[in-house]
Design a protein around this ligand. Structure first.
Ligand SMILES: [Ca+2]
Ligand SMILES: [Ca+2]
Length: 632
């Protein structure tokens, strides 16, 4: 029986195989009474749907294209005739080069997809922990699940240079991590090197999720599709597992269905994932790849027994990384998506020194970001004083750090415009992030400074928080109807770029049978000018989107002065908990990161200003009073 027929046996016929349709979605959900039994982990009774454990669905990899096997390749990525190291390009050297080198130690990173990472490859021999359900392809043993795509993805997360013949194409972003592999495929569809596979929620997906969430610091999944509103079973499970395992960052590919909008696929369309788009190689990976899936994206939720969708209102891509002209480890054996039962399957060899060149897709941008997230987690679990602060490894903190550190590549906009309300002109966005680029291109050099060389968490949880440094992060909680204010202690120079990101999660839950749709808080983020008493007197910039779980601002500080950050929790986007969500006993957790370091040109101006006697207090300390005007 083919997978296709197996699926149709579980529900009415529906269009199944478009190029990147992967999930049958709601066909497989059995609706149960809303307001079902309370969840064991969140004391709420939200709307719920049941998972059909017998459902088999289809996933598809996020591969756009790939080139030939090139055993002599010596580049991690190549652009035109030149080559360079993508790890260095993205700033990972800052982690590697720290006094205590950060390479992924003290972390676990799991690649979770159809098949397994092949650990016969020279760069991946350290992958020794494999998870698969007994219903997985090959009866659950490891070797039949070895797969080209998983091997490609695995190297980007944590490939290691060999001792004897080291070269840069062997090394992933986080070579020091405990790289693991979890596989979910029950079979593959199509011809050899199939890009579609079947999996089963009960017998293959949940075993992989259960082994990975709460154990791994970072999980990468480079597959998905369909379900723009994030309301299929996979999106619910991705969100619920992320919500309940808040120190596991779930990195997923956006998909390759661009440049049309509303094309980010599940689980990338879920609300608690870190969703990655791909940059093309033009201009040194400065622009979005045409194939990269993007917003504006539908918003959806379940309430009162029905699914509600609001079309085209949210930003679903969080960040980008190179996703073209990449080189990775090649696996050509007749397992996984090249198993002998597939038409055209040929043994292309399993040389431990073979590499594929010119591979492209969000499938590869995602594990690159997963490797970056692993470095952030590694620093959080290695370096003092982060290691003694359990908030440092919260996934909402990791996400806010990566998004705040990202570079604004060509064409980036999140819709920030000047608006005037009541005589006050300020910058406003209601969009959250760039539709295609998210917060921009991952920059681990900047991320390191925000994570390690600034404010490390803030004590206290509500009301006035701070004073805080010019850059840093906090893990906090917000109560509905209140604001959390952060006073930046130092003067910000005119011309500085202030970038800040607020990240939180939708409350979704899963008790093994039922999925719960509890609530989504609507937090907003704003920047204010302060008076001499630290009062938030003048609104400067506001990120106030209605449907996202990220708010983000990045703008040039208009004038010398002192500023503060404000998190406002005015309402819930929806609340199925009967008014409990956001109360003092169920506050909304969040991660916040910010940086307001002067641009190089401003540093020169600052130095000149000091020479001419501007009374600028640059070191941290009590507020200096109204700042000098920069026209002097
Ligand atoms: Ca805190
Ligand atoms: Ca908001």
């Amino acid at each position: 029986m083919s997978l296709l027929r197996l699926q149709l046996a579980h529900g009415p016929p529906r269009r199944l195989v478009r190029r990147f349709i992967r999930l049958a979605g709601l066909v497989w959900l059995t609706l149960s009474a809303p307001w079902a039994v309370a969840s064991p982990t969140v004391p709420l009774s939200g709307a719920s749907v049941a998972v059909d454990p017998a459902a088999t669905v289809v996933g598809t990899y996020g591969v756009e294209s790939f080139g030939t096997v090139d055993p002599s390749s010596q580049a991690t990525t190549s652009v035109g005739s030149g080559t360079f190291n993508v790890n260095t390009f993205l700033g990972a050297g800052r982690y590697y080069g720290h006094t205590t080198p950060i390479t992924g130690q003290n972390t676990i990173a799991t690649n979770l997809e159809a098949g397994h990472v092949w650990n016969g490859h020279e760069a991946l021999t350290h992958v020794t922990t494999f998870t698969q359900g007994t219903a997985a392809w090959g009866g659950g043993s490891v070797a039949p699940l070895y797969d080209r795509h998983a091997t490609w993805a695995g190297l980007f997360i944590g490939g290691r240079q060999t001792v004897v013949n080291p070269s840069i194409e062997q090394q992933g972003l986080a070579p020091g991590t405990d790289l693991r592999s979890a596989a979910i495929a029950t079979g593959w569809q199509g011809s050899a090197y199939a890009l579609s596979f079947g999996f089963n929620y009960g017998t293959t997906l949940l075993p992989a999720f259960n082994a990975s969430f709460g154990t791994a610091d970072v999980i990468n999944s480079s597959f998905g599709g369909g379900d723009p509103a994030g309301t299929d079973t996979l999106a619910y499970l991705a969100d619920a597992y992320s919500f309940n395992n808040s120190r596991t960052t779930y990195v997923v590919s956006a998909g390759n269905d661009g440049p049309a909008s509303n094309t980010v696929g599940s689980p990338g369309s879920a609300y608690n994932t870190l969703t990655v788009g791909a940059l093309g190689s033009a201009n040194g990976f400065d622009t979005i790849a045409g194939f990269s899936s993007r917003a504006p994206q539908d918003f959806g939720y379940f309430t009162s027994g029905t699914f509600v969708t609001v079309a085209g209102v949210r930003a679903a891509v969080d960040i980008t990384a190179p996703g073209a002209s990449l080189t990775s480890a090649f696996y050509g054996g007749q397992n996984g998506g090249n198993n002998a039962s597939l038409t055209g399957s040929v043994d292309l060899g399993s040389s431990p020194t073979a590499y594929s060149a010119d591979i492209a897709g969000t499938s590869f941008a995602a594990p690159i970001v997963a490797g970056g997230a692993t470095l952030v987690a590694s620093a959080a679990k290695t370096l003092a004083p982060l290691v003694s602060n359990s908030n440092a490894s919260q996934s909402m903190v990791v996400k806010s750090l990566l998004l705040t550190g990202a570079d604004k590549t060509t064409g980036w906009t999140n819709g920030q415009t000047n608006v005037t309300v009541g005589g006050t002109t300020f910058i406003q966005t209601t969009q959250s992030l760039d539709w295609a680029l998210g917060a921009g291109r991952m920059n681990l050099d900047k991320t390191f400074d925000i994570q390690v060389n600034g404010q490390i968490d803030v004590s206290g949880t509500t009301g006035p928080l701070g004073p805080v440094s010019l850059r840093g992060w906090d893990f906090g909680s917000a109560v509905l109807g209140t604001t959390n204010d952060y006073v930046i202690a130092d003067v910000l120079a005119a011309g500085s770029t202030l970038t800040t990101t607020l990240s939180w999660m939708r409350a979704r839950d899963f008790d093994g049978t039922y999925l719960y749709e509890d609530a989504q808080a609507d937090l907003d983020l704003s920047v204010w000018a302060l008076d001499g008493n630290n009062a938030f007197t003048t609104l400067i910039a506001s990120s106030a989107s209605d449907y996202n779980t990220v708010e983000h601002l990045s703008f040039t500080v208009p004038s010398w002065g002192r500023y503060g950050l404000r998190i406002a929790y005015g309402s819930n986007t929806f609340d199925n908990t009967g008014g409990q969500w956001g109360s003092a006993s169920l506050p909304q957790d969040y991660g916040l990161a910010w940086t307001a370091v002067p641009e190089p040109a401003t540093v020169v101006l600052l130095a000149a200003g000091l020479v001419f006697g501007l009374r600028v207090r640059w070191q941290r300390g009590p507020p200096p009073g109204p700042p000098p005007d920069d026209t002097g």
